[in-house]
Design a protein around this ligand. Structure first.
Ligand SMILES: O=P(O)(O)OC[C@H]1O[C@H](OP(=O)(O)OP(=O)(O)O)[C@H](O)[C@@H]1O
Ligand SMILES: Nc1nc2[nH]cnc2c(=O)[nH]1
Length: 190
């Protein structure tokens, strides 16, 4: 189960971004290059754990949610909507603030309306800052969130999402230290 993802995570280098131990992995960074078979493995796994038939759009966040979310869109024929880091000033655009363990910025939602049913797919959840801000904004817009799926999870940020009534599905949970990456859990194995 998710063997390519697990093996590559264990071999991920870790660098410092300020005080933050940042792991580098193809799915979360796009470097050195993304193995399409790994993306396929992840997309197939996600399709086993979510009820895709009810979904109007697959929602992801620029940049590194895109490879997996796009694979899901191609496999299912369901449209892809990308939350961007730049504004387009279109009618109905919603701005939110993103904060991660190492960065702060704004995100912009376009292309969604009240009553739309979405799944959110992202590459990593860490502090939860990104997904919490996104879930709050979508709730205010009246968008229905059917599932929140993160390929990789680290830290306790997901607990705050639970407080918002959202139980994220985290495929592989890891611990990251200066020594490297350790696998803690695989979704479905708990
Ligand atoms: O749980 P958090 O602490 O919020 O961290 C998770 C976020 O960090 C990464 O995004 P980043 O803003 O680094 O952008 P990228 O996808 O363009 O690399 C990742 O894609 C998540 O969106
Ligand atoms: N690649 C990568 N993306 C992240 N997003 C949040 N934390 C991390 C991290 O440690 N590595």
């Amino acid at each position: 189960m998710l063997e390519k993802l697990k093996t590559s995570l264990i071999n991920s280098p870790v660098i410092k971004r300020g005080e933050y131990n940042y792991f580098i992995h193809p799915i979360s960074d796009g470097v050195p290059s993304i193995d399409p078979h790994m993306v396929e493995e992840i997309a197939e796994y996600i399709l086993q754990i979510t009820d895709i038939k009810k979904v109007d759009t697959i929602l992801t966040i620029e940049a590194m949610g895109i490879p997996v979310a796009n694979a899901l869109s191609l496999k299912t024929g369901i449209p892809l909507t990308i939350v961007r880091k730049r504004p387009y000033f279109l009618e109905g655009e919603v701005e939110l603030s993103q904060s991660t363990g190492y960065s702060k910025g704004a995100l912009y939602i376009n292309g969604l309306k009240k009553g739309d049913r979405v799944i959110i797919v992202d590459d990593v959840i860490s502090t939860g800052g990104t997904l919490i801000a996104l879930v709050k904004a979508l709730k205010t817009m009246g968008v229905e969130i059917l599932d929140v799926i993160s390929v990789i999870g680290r830290g306790n940020g997901y607990l705050q999402l639970k407080e918002l009534g959202v139980e994220p599905k985290i495929l592989v949970t890891i611990d990251v230290s200066e020594k490297g990456v350790e696998i803690k859990n695989v979704f479905g194995n708990e």
